[in-house]
Design a protein around this ligand. Structure first.
Ligand SMILES: Nc1ncnc2c1ncn2[C@@H]1O[C@H](COP(=O)(O)OP(=O)(O)O)[C@@H](O)[C@H]1O
Ligand SMILES: [Mg+2]
Length: 283
């Protein structure tokens, strides 16, 4: 027979309530912009990397690959074989790229490119916190955060700890469901008290490399319609180009070339800067 007694009158332990505290050690960055979406595979990493490279022509830019489970940014920037170093103060040095963008990613910490990260939320959260606090970001005009997919736990945990977020850029695809996906992401942002800086419609029509004709595989205009409906700025659209896949796979961001694709990405950067300027936040 067990002999322990149960004390009925003691209050139960208090559950942990409230969000985790925002980081107080992530400083020196003027504008932190989160790139997110209502779901995965819509081109967050593609947009994040190209936005960062495009901004880096005129600004000091860092990129945080906050997708711990699917860290694609090193490959897209041609630095997947790099490992991180620490400086004399013990701070992690972000990896330098040819494109004037310094990047930190779980990808640099894994033994091989195809190692799966099987971590519970708390550990992923800790990694993210290190990307903010233990990396020698120094003075930066922009840090772009390539967010985990969707609006679930992981995105929430990232959004909660980053202080002074300038706002979010929402990536959607052009189908009718873009309305739903955009709504999810916009609701997420508003619940987190984050400003939506604008919406990008990605995979918007396929430009045939042979005849130059555009085929609207996923329809067209869902992103723009969503932007109108939810009253957020529309930053532009990136068509489906086979070259974008090749560029990502080869580690040469599309925007670093000079063609119509680069122009489309640059236009989005320009529109984003205009939105920020109107809010007079570009310091
Ligand atoms: N506009 C586009 N045209 C062609 N391929 C694209 C385009 N945008 C993204 N891709 C490709 O689609 C895949 C998913 O994009 P990615 O940026 O990794 O999405 P996410 O980060 O949202 O999961 C990648 O292989 C990428 O190269
Ligand atoms: Mg990604």
């Amino acid at each position: 027979m067990p002999t322990g007694t149960i004390k009925m009158n003691q209050p139960p332990p208090q559950p942990i309530i409230g969000p985790p505290p925002k980081s107080t050690k992530y400083k020196g960055v003027k504008h932190t912009i989160m790139v997110m979406s209502g779901k995965g595979g819509v081109g967050k990493s593609t947009i994040s990397v190209n936005l960062a490279v495009s901004l880096a022509r005129n600004y000091r830019v860092g990129l945080i690959d906050a997708d711990i489970n699917g860290p694609d940014d090193p490959k897209m920037l041609g630095v997947s074989d790099e490992k991180v170093d620490v400086n004399e103060e013990g701070k992690i040095l972000p990896v330098k790229t040819k494109y004037n963008v310094d990047v930190i990613s779980m990808g640099f910490l894994l033994p091989t490119e195809d190692t799966a990260v099987i971590w519970r939320g708390a550990l992923r959260h800790k990694a993210l916190q290190q990307f903010l606090e233990d990396v020698a970001w120094g003075e930066r005009d922009f840090v772009i955060m390539d967010m985990p997919p969707g609006t679930g736990d992981e995105a929430l945990s990232v959004a909660q700890i980053v202080p002074d977020v300038e706002g979010v850029v929402v990536v959607v695809t052009p189908q009718d469901v873009a309305l739903l996906d955009a709504k999810k992401a916009i609701n997420f942002a508003s619940q987190m008290k984050l400003k939506v800086l604008g919406l990008v419609e990605n995979m918007s029509g396929f430009v045939c490399p042979h005849c130059g004709e555009t085929v609207n595989i996923f329809k067209k205009g869902g992103g723009e319609e969503a932007a109108r409906k939810y009253n957020v700025p529309f930053l532009g659209r990136i068509p489906l180009y086979t070259e974008i896949v090749e560029s990502s796979d080869n580690g040469v961001p599309s925007v670093s070339q000079s063609n119509a694709i680069a122009e489309a990405f640059n236009k989005i950067t320009e529109n984003l800067l205009n939105v920020m300027e109107k809010r007079s936040t570009v310091r």
